[in-house]
Design a protein around this ligand. Structure first.
Ligand code: ZN
Length: 327
């Protein structure tokens, strides 16, 4: 309610130049996401999380059914506002938490989850507007993120999905670390967010977001790092692995949520490649962003504000990560 500040993600430079051949290449490399998308299209249920999700869940697009996952594919639809973490405060951002990894297929794997923005960012404009070096150029430390028209902030959304995701990944045995868990006043800056994944030697990093685009722009997309080699940024070693991670997350996200890939970015692939995000440019480990939907669109926001849908979103992201880490 007291939300103030920029409504939208930082403006993006024109990316038309990237679109042509790159889009073709992306399309050729995402059979999972595309197959699921075709199923979604054939179902033609623009509003039905349920039927579309069920239909696409049975599609051959499923690359990972997360065998052995205690909650695999199940969703009781109940609201679990805290993500069902069962935690009672404390614990910082995941470092040194006593919870520890459970036995499971991801035992020994480290996943860093980066909940985009911070609910307190809007109170600290001078701190978050400070520019940091992202290799290719300098950029704001962090941003406030967007919000639905009714005032549900992206920062709250990203924390909720991330906590649900942590619960799911820990059930698989992964060690999960957060870049922030609403346990600090603002930030961290995008360069520190990348550094947390790097220092953890993470096997996979996912940055959770929702977009703030025009009404009518709908659907999710996964952002992959472009090949950047400039200053402190060198993504060349992680471009291929991050693409693999992102394709798997996109495919599973589509199947589990039934939400369509973006109709305004990625030409229907649900994938986008960017070279202007510090969190990707400075990463030395496989990393992607996911924009789960458009908070400014009424149909998308109905999903984003549903706890049951957010559980599906977390499940889809988790299954993509599990698939990536199990190979
Ligand atoms: Zn964001």
């Amino acid at each position: 309610m007291s939300y103030v500040g920029p409504d939208f993600e930082p403006p993006r430079p024109p990316r038309r130049a990237l679109r042509g051949p790159l889009t073709v290449a992306v399309a050729a490399l995402v059979p999972g996401a595309l197959a699921g998308w075709l199923v979604w299209q054939s179902v033609g249920n623009d509003d039905g999380d349920g039927s579309a999700a069920q239909a696409s869940t049975s599609a051959p697009a499923n690359r990972s059914t997360a065998p052995g996952a205690p909650d695999g594919g199940k969703d009781d639809g109940k609201e679990r506002p805290d993500g069902g973490t069962g935690r009672s405060g404390g614990g910082g951002s995941g470092d040194g938490r006593s919870g520890g990894a459970e036995p499971g297929p991801l035992k020994g794997k480290v996943v860093v989850v980066d909940p985009g923005h911070n609910p307190g960012n809007f109170r600290h404009p001078s701190e978050i507007n400070r520019e940091v070096d992202i290799g290719t150029n300098s950029k704001e430390c962090d941003t406030t993120g967007t919000a639905t028209n009714a005032g549900y902030t992206e920062a709250r959304f990203t924390l909720d999905v991330s906590r649900r995701l942590r619960t799911l990944l820990e059930k698989e045995g992964a060690t999960v670390k957060f870049t922030q868990d609403d346990d600090r006043a603002w930030g961290p800056c995008v360069d520190e967010r990348a550094e947390i994944g790097n220092k953890a030697a993470a096997d996979a990093v996912v940055s959770v977001h929702a977009d703030g685009s025009a009404a009518g722009n709908r659907g999710f997309h996964v952002i992959l790092p472009g090949s950047v080699h400039s200053g402190a940024a060198d993504t060349r070693p992680i471009v291929a692995s991050s693409r693999d991670l992102g394709e798997r997350i996109a495919g599973r996200f589509l199947s589990v949520t039934g939400s369509p890939p973006s109709n305004y970015i990625g030409d229907g692939t649900g994938l986008d490649v960017r070279k202007d995000l510090g969190g990707l440019n400075l990463s030395t480990v496989p990393k992607v962003f996911i924009e789960c939907g458009n908070m400014r669109d009424s149909k998308d926001s109905a999903r984003l504000t549903s706890g049951a849908w957010r559980q599906k979103a977390a499940q889809g992201i988790s299954e993509g990560i599990v698939s990536f880490l199990r190979g």
